[in-house]
Ligand binder design. Structure first.
Ligand SMILES: [Fe+2]
Length: 366
């Protein structure tokens, strides 16, 4: 794809087809001081007040830049590469070099915590790994009660839920969720009943003196890719049927309808949801339900199979950051009489990690 000029008009050419770029699109992007606040990158004019597109008076193109002057005195110096990116209309991070993995994955994406590392290059590298694999582990994070809140707010902003700003994962009497017992937890995604579903879960290990209680992770991307290949009819129905996810306790009823495998407008994986203790498929004809139940059983088998699962023990000071729209997580059983097992968790959203990543990219000019 490239940019070309002809008769005071700007064209882009892609796969042999040449189309004009609307001059208003260029006029909106004028970036001289008079028209764009250089610090905030916000417009100093309201483009909806321009009832007619000012005419282009001069254009110039070099290897890197397109320069356009308009008859009303506005001027744009645009990086050509950025224009082409806008044409693709893609958030580069969502699909940035995602690498699906299974049980053979060598867990090397571990990073050492240090006091100011949120503003260092190592944070950028760790966030890239997060987008690549869907999780990352930080080591030697201070074992202070509630430190997770500081950690989350140093990347972005904590996402509060009805479980509070953060939650303690510890077996406790009369739990309102199985997470707060010593029972094994099969791979699941968190809070599929919430609108929107929290994007990223942070889990900080404060104490872990028990024998079992291993953390488990499964890559939903790898499983859905395999399902699509091996059982396209199962893949299809799970991408089409919206089921009702529900959470009920004394104070709240949370519900949402969504597909177990949600695709984006380009049919790429957007989000997996899996929590078979709280999903309710709508009433449909028997044959369709038959297919749906077979599909759910198959994906459950895959999510629970050793082929896709990695297991590891979180040690005190480890902080696991995982993508709740892509990965499933769980834990193996443990005996609460062995000793204390105490983790603290919270959620953040993608704008936290994306915002931080883009900020660090800009800061280090990467
Ligand atoms: Fe969970």
């Amino acid at each position: 794809m490239k940019i070309e000029l002809s008769n005071n008009k700007v064209f882009f050419e892609k796969q042999g087809s040449k189309k004009e770029i609307h001059p208003f699109w260029l006029r909106e992007r004028v970036n001289s001081e008079e028209f764009l606040d250089q610090k905030t990158q916000q417009r100093l004019f309201d483009p909806t007040m321009l009832k007619k597109t000012p005419e282009i008076s001069k254009i110039n193109i070099s290897d890197k830049f397109l320069e356009v002057s308009f008859k009303d005195g506005a001027h744009a110096k645009l990086v050509i590469e950025n224009i082409l990116k806008e044409f693709e209309k893609d958030n580069e991070l969502y699909h940035f070099n995602k690498i699906s993995w299974d049980s053979s994955f060598q867990n090397k994406n571990r990073f050492n915590f240090s006091k100011n590392f949120f503003e260092e290059k190592v944070m950028y590298e760790s966030l890239l790994d997060f987008y690549k694999y869907g999780f990352v582990i930080f080591e030697n994070v201070p074992i202070e009660n509630n430190f997770i809140v500081n950690f989350a707010n140093s990347i972005g902003s904590i996402r509060r839920t009805n479980f509070g700003e953060f939650f303690n994962v510890k077996s406790k009497p009369n739990p309102n969720d199985l997470a707060y017992t010593s029972l094994p937890l099969a791979p699941h995604t968190d809070n599929p009943y919430r609108k929107p579903v929290p994007c990223i879960q942070l889990l900080h290990c404060i104490q872990n003196e028990v024998e079992g209680g291993l953390s488990t992770l499964v890559d939903g991307l790898a499983v859905t890719e395999a399902l699509k290949k091996e059982h396209p009819d199962f893949y299809k129905i799970l991408t089409e049927i919206k089921v009702r996810f529900q959470f009920v306790d004394e104070n709240v009823v949370l519900e949402d309808w969504a597909e177990m495998i949600q695709l984006d407008e380009n049919n790429r994986l957007k989000q997996v949801r899996f929590s078979p203790r709280l999903d309710f498929v709508p009433l449909m004809e028997k044959e369709k339900l038959e297919l749906y139940y077979s599909a759910r059983n198959k994906i459950s088998d895959m999510y629970n199979s050793e082929k896709f699962r990695i297991e590891f023990k979180l040690r005190p000071g480890d902080l696991l950051m995982m993508d709740n729209h892509r990965l499933l997580h769980g834990r193996t059983e443990f005996n609460a009489n062995d000793g204390d097992r105490f983790l603290q968790g919270c959620y953040i959203d993608y704008d936290s990690t994306e915002g931080k990543l883009k900020h660090l990219k800009r800061k280090f000019n990467i």
